[in-house]
Design a binder for this molecule. Structure first.
Ligand code: AMP
Ligand code: ZN
Length: 460
């Protein structure tokens, strides 16, 4: 049975998709004004893990990940500046910034073996769909217009607090502490659907005509409009980092459900943060590391993937270079071990069942990795272990097949040294045999003697 923790009900629930054998998955993507940091990548590894686990369970997936290139402000609507326009002064420059960081992001995903989503819609290319949705909200009286913006009227949507589980009055009270500059805003908690390019946003570079004048969309509306366009409503799963629960996902739910009178998604999943020195890694905190910082120190990018898998997605993970080194050693040991295995055949059903039980239990990757290590230590033949490990890797994504294949062809010089060592051993010249073992190690291989003869491994 496949079970996920649903943030909406705050319970572990059996997962059943709306359609029998396919899953509609929407995940909130990056705001492309800077490089992704490894915290963002942790969340993207969660998306990939989710996708691979669903595939492992036999489902077809349609996965949408949005690219935010307009309307995401540095703080709240009444004071914030569009993140995308911080370092640009023309439209071409804004889109140039977006392209640069989108390309870098996609490169990051590929180097940590994340399968690219099926659709990656950009907010700026879906303005018509967003305007259409705001029109529906205006018609249904869930939205109102001021001189500066169109707002969602939170007081009209009593279930606004569903995802946070806080009291609605407390949420409203909390919002009242914020600076409100628009005198026509009814309630501080109301959020912007459409910004007019007047007043403090009069110099906003990106702008489109709308029934409410020239302007640009608020941040949240893009996900509601694009999720509906590509996946319909309701969808099976909507996921993001834990910080998106409020306001982003809370607002998405309010807009989508108010406009279409149906749930937006049946399952909501949230990944915990990656921390540095016990604080959240964030672009705004200036404490962030990119994948380049990791690879620049000589780490294989998949080491970061391994580190992320070693913690459950709903627990905080504190990043340290020591923990990354430990992950590198564990991954190298795994690679080293499989390099000695023969052609895969007939896997170990018992371990495969344990592995599936672990990942199907709300993506319990630490347990799934422990099953892989138990299998390696077991008495099964290498060919059986490899067959099962390759199956596990359909979910883990550690490139075990590529690594194993790359170690298949032992270089000529190493084969010759192995032959000489065997001769020395037969002649009981153990000093010479040991010298040859060291020569083999210098060539990047480890040789071990077992009751069935020698075993050769590639050193990682
Ligand atoms: P952003 O580019 O900031 O809009 O964030 C993209 C995704 O990364 C969102 O799902 C965020 O929730 C997530 N995210 C941001 N910071 C972290 C962090 N420190 N750890 C894990 N995920 C994060
Ligand atoms: Zn979103």
């Amino acid at each position: 049975m496949l079970k996920f923790y649903n943030s909406l009900t705050r319970k572990l629930e059996e997962f059943k998709p709306i359609k029998k054998d396919s899953v509609a998955l929407y995940t909130c993507g990056p705001t492309v004004y800077n490089y992704a940091h490894i915290g963002n990548l942790r969340t993207n590894i969660l998306y990939d893990l989710l996708r691979k686990t669903l595939t492992f369970n036999g489902y077809k997936i349609k996965h949408v990940l949005n690219i935010t290139d307009v309307g995401h402000l540095t703080s709240d609507a009444d004071t914030g500046e569009d993140k995308m326009e911080k370092n640009a002064s023309t439209k071409d420059e804004v889109f140039g910034v977006a392209k640069k960081y989108t390309d870098a992001f996609l490169e990051n995903l590929q180097s940590i073996n994340i399968q690219l989503p099926d659709v990656m819609p950009k907010a700026s290319e879906h303005i018509a769909e967003q305007i259409e949705m705001i029109k529906t909200l205006m018609e249904k009286d869930f939205a109102y217009e001021s001189d500066e913006a169109v707002y969602f009227d939170v007081a009209k949507f009593p279930r606004y607090n569903r995802l946070t589980g806080q009291k609605l009055e407390d949420m409203m009270l909390g919002a009242r502490q914020e600076v409100v500059k628009d005198p026509k805003k009814k309630n501080a908690i109301d959020f912007v659907l459409w910004f007019k390019t007047v007043g403090r946003y009069q110099n906003h570079i990106l702008r489109w005509p709308s029934p409410w004048g020239d302007g640009f969309p608020g941040w949240h509306i893009e996900c509601s409009a694009m999720s509906k366009k590509y996946l319909g409503q309701p969808i099976d799963i909507h996921a993001g980092g834990i910080d998106l629960k409020f306001p982003h996902h809370t607002n998405e739910i309010a807009q989508s459900e108010a406009a279409h009178k149906k749930p937006l998604a049946n399952f909501w999943m949230h990944g915990e943060h990656l921390l540095v020195d016990a604080g959240k890694m964030a672009k705004s905190e200036g404490n962030f590391l990119t994948l380049k910082d990791v690879t620049g120190k000589g780490y294989n990018p998949l080491t970061f993937r391994y580190l992320v898998l070693s913690a459950h997605y709903r627990t905080k993970l504190n990043f340290t270079w020591e923990s990354l080194t430990a992950a590198q050693n564990a991954l190298n040991n795994l690679y080293q071990e499989i390099s000695s295995y023969e052609q895969p055949k007939v896997g170990c059903a018992e371990f495969e069942q344990r592995f599936q039980d672990a990942i199907n239990d709300d993506l319990n990757t630490p347990k799934a990795l422990a099953v892989a290590h138990d299998l390696i230590r077991s008495d099964y033949p290498g060919s059986a272990k490899l067959q099962s490990l390759l199956k596990f890797d359909q979910v883990l994504g550690l490139k075990l097949r590529e690594t194993w294949e790359a170690t298949r062809n032992i270089p000529e010089v190493v084969s010759r040294l192995i032959g000489l060592r065997e001769e020395a051993r037969k002649a009981k010249d153990f000093v010479r045999a040991d010298e040859l073992r060291q020569a083999i190690e210098k060539e990047g291989y480890l040789i071990e003697d077992t009751p069935d003869g020698y075993r050769i491994k590639k050193k990682f």
